[in-house]
Design a protein around this ligand. Sequence first.
Ligand code: SAM
Length: 490
Amino acid sequence: MTQLQASAFSGADDPSLYPLARICDAIALSISADRLNARNIAEVYALAARSQSAPALFPAWSITSGRDIGITSWAGFGLYEMSFGDALGQPIFVRPPYMQIDSAAIVLPRKRACFDEEDRDAIEVMLMLRKDDIEALQQDGVWKMLASEPKRTRASVIPASPQSELYAPYAAMPGRRNAVSARWASLLPPTQPDSVVTMAVLFPRFHLTEIEDTSWCPDWLRDHAHSSLARLWQVKSSNGNSLAIQACNVLLRVLGGIDTVADYTIVDACSGAGGPTPFFEKYINKQLEASGHDPVSFVLTDWAPYVKAWQKLSEESPNISYIAEPIDAAKAKRLAAPGKKECRIFNLCFHHFDDPAAAKILRSAIEAADAFFIFEITHRTLPSIIYTTMASAFGAYSTTWIEHRWSPFHLVFTYLIPLFPFYYIFDGVVSCIRGRTAEETSALLRHQKGVDLSEWDIRHGEEMVLPPFGTLFWYSGVKKSSGETSRQVT
Ligand SMILES: C[S@@+](CC[C@H](N)C(=O)[O-])C[C@H]1O[C@@H](n2cnc3c(N)ncnc32)[C@H](O)[C@@H]1O
């Protein structure tokens, strides 16, 4: 540049170049050292490390292929307001030029005047993906949900160019802005509760009593519901996976993949009729066998042991055993064999514990185990209450029909006098009222004296497992291996 004549720069006074220069300015400013500092970089790493729903999110981006996704926004550049001189005037329609960039997601600028009144709040996102990734996206429950709401959402997939291997799904999502930002916010570290957008809970938590928790609840009533729950775990979502398999995928992802799971014994601490455990067992051990590992052992415990159901499960799999004596999860001792790590799972049961008992369970897991997972589908949200009520009624009627249709007693108290449906729905709604947000669970864990979490990786998330209402809420803790300073979700 120093060798150029001064006249070479005279064109810089041409006003039509100013808008472009301002865009370059904005980009340069956004990546300048006073904006992009160590804090920003740490935030990106924390976000990636805690990502629940994007199993391969890394703080880097390969534009040719790979597991990364790059998200950028052109929305705030004011491109529609710019003038490109007398000849070109102002932009009518702004779109990026076609580029073959895998996994580029661009939030586009909007020209509000182009939209109908009801579309004014739209955000438009253009995302380029490989054909196989697009096909996977089209099977995704959340995407399907968005795409199936034609009034509120326009979502479509178009090839980026006729010859291209890349496809550009295009979604305009009027009124979806909050939902989208809430999803991202839920990825933020739970240590920053102020910046976490909590789930839309309707009311404070009340620790009401479920019928099954009372001393007068007969075993036949309790067992009926537990068998129904065990069946609920098998219900398949639109993506072809059962609730149990989707929960198991969370467990595998957070523990660090199938090779890491091989080190654990998994203790189902409030097992009921076994819940998802037999499905976890098959799913995990099949993968372990394929990769040449020994199978993982599963141990069923409960303070009201359902021995008849457990016996059957342990006969069906040598990797499932049980403890026939009542074990209170709040006073559980370590059960893993020497040399094995212990992972405790709490399926659809954490809401049963009042705050002091829940705090003890978390403390015991931190002190005596190496990992724990809490899975819940009941919560203080409208979708969860609707889902629970429907699933409870269906569960009561179907369980009597499937398991007890030769029993006049069960038939009468299900179809004539709806005792079973009432019990299911009552306990289901009380379970919702007793649900905890991740922040409430975190508070129980972190506000205890003497609990050292420095060696623990605590995460939480929620997944739409049975659209449109059935959400899996999960909360996990994994002890870091010695020498490990941070975990990556794989
Ligand atoms: C809603 S059922 C869930 C059963 C099973 N985990 C499933 O997903 O189908 C709740 C279970 O928690 C058990 N439970 C409640 N309080 C407990 C405690 N303090 N210790 C151990 N188990 C407990 C109950 O006996 C019951 O089996």
